[in-house]
Design a binder for this molecule. Structure first.
Ligand code: AMP
Ligand code: MG
Length: 398
């Protein structure tokens, strides 16, 4: 029996091989989900002018307000140059307008009564100097930092990039990943299914888990359990990708040729076997050009667990994504201890107080991926440790 390494040691061994991704410039419209690789500074003061925050009128505040404000002009959003000279008058304005010169108070339309000669304040009006004016530069000054490298570009980041004139943004390149299914028993999704065979599903699942994490489109391949086929195909894939995610062929079976085939191509094994269930047979190595090769066991649950626990975080770290604290959820029911670390599929539920809880789903074995429907991911339980109901465990989402 080869010695098994711990979950943490496996993650650390992978992390030690991280190489920072190169960067590229993409049009802002294509940057959703990408990892920012440049700082973003405020293009100008934000807001760029004294911004009106209400629809209504702009006027000059006075301790005793005039009974009637005659209308001296109008300044809607996008217009400028308006100025108030007579304190008994007002300028009609809209939200987003530049505050007209000479004004220091906005009266919202709800607090005004329109008369034939202008606007009268309702009794409920509470005018105050400076009200409803979003002052120039009050959010941030020109040149101040707005975004730092390492954030994923989601909705707020998109707004900030657009608001600061970043039409082309520098992001981390995504790794070139090949997802490779191995196994003579595997049949394509669209083909007829002969007896004794099964459909390829792992590679599609692995690809989905990578793509939903913003890692882009992996190329998909299927190789037979045949040493010469494996040698030629893996050599070609190593030449064209920086990351190989293999499924199947790394256990102790007679046709589990992958470890030898990879070593023969100069891929140095960093570990083979992790003290965990499922996913124990995982193999990891580094190719002659620094390619990272993750050879995952073929059982569907095992391969997906290894992908979300090891492969995906490693690839995201390579893109410079700032690590986030792991999500932790309380268990809905107790889990028994086992000598190896355990990854247990969970559904998300609510306790009596309405708090989110992780409900363990009994998957009968690591080939039982039917049980994964409706699950959010797996919780991680340390080797030799059980967990009580209510105990918080890290959740690795699919
Ligand atoms: P292996 O790790 O190659 O011994 O495979 C373990 C189990 O997973 C076997 O029952 C395989 O048929 C199954 N398996 C391997 N690869 C895939 C795949 N791509 N899709 C679905 N099942 C697979
Ligand atoms: Mg196999």
């Amino acid at each position: 029996m080869r010695p098994l390494i711990s979950v943490d040691a496996a993650a650390a061994a992978i992390q030690a091989t991280t190489v920072a991704a190169a960067t590229e410039q993409v049009a802002l419209h294509d940057a959703v989900g990408r990892v920012l690789a440049q700082p973003v500074l405020a293009e100008g003061p934000q807001p760029p002018f004294d911004r009106v925050m209400m629809d209504g009128v702009a006027m000059q505040w006075q301790p005793v307000m005039p009974a009637l404000l005659r209308v001296a002009g109008m300044q809607m959003a996008g217009m400028q140059g308006g100025a108030l000279t007579d304190p008994d008058t007002c300028i009609e304005i809209a939200t987003g307008a530049v505050l007209p010169d000479g004004c220091d108070c906005i009266l919202p339309i709800e607090q005004l009564r329109r008369t034939p000669d202008g606007y009268a304040l309702k009794e409920t009006a509470t005018p105050a100097p400076g009200q409803f004016i979003h002052r120039r530069g009050s959010d941030c000054a020109a040149g101040s930092p707005v975004l730092a490298p390492g954030v994923r570009i989601g909705a707020p980041q998109m707004a900030l990039l657009a608001a600061n004139g970043v039409a082309h943004v520098t992001v981390a390149r995504r790794p070139a990943v090949a997802v490779v299914a191995t196994g003579d028993e595997l049949v394509d999704v669209g083909a007829t299914l002969p007896p004794g065979r099964i459909r390829r599903s792992n590679d599609l699942a692995l690809m989905a888990a990578l793509q939903t994490a913003g890692l882009g489109q992996a190329s998909l391949h299927h190789l037979a359990d045949e040493p010469t086929v494996l040698a030629a195909a893996l050599a070609a894939l190593l030449a064209s990708h920086d990351t190989l995610v293999l499924s199947g062929g790394v256990s102790m079976g007679q046709r589990d040729y992958l470890p030898d085939a990879l070593q023969a191509l100069g891929v140095r094994c960093q570990f083979h076997g992790i003290a965990q269930r499922p996913g124990k047979p995982m193999w990891f190595g580094v190719g002659p050009a620094g390619q990272r090769v993750f050879a995952l066991p073929g059982n569907p649950v095992s391969s997906l667990v290894c992908l979300v626990r090891y492969v995906r975080p490693a690839l995201l770290a390579g893109m410079g994504l700032a690590p986030e604290p792991p999500e932790q959820l309380p268990l809905a029911s107790a889990l028994p201890a086992f000598p190896l670390a355990q990854f247990i599929p969970v559904r998300l539920g609510r306790d009596a107080q309405g708090n989110a809880v992780a409900e363990p789903v009994g998957s009968r074995n690591s080939g039982d991926f039917t049980a994964l429907a409706g699950t959010a991911g797996v919780v991680e339980l340390a080797a030799g440790a059980g967990a009580d109901a209510g105990q918080r465990l890290p959740l690795h989402r699919w």
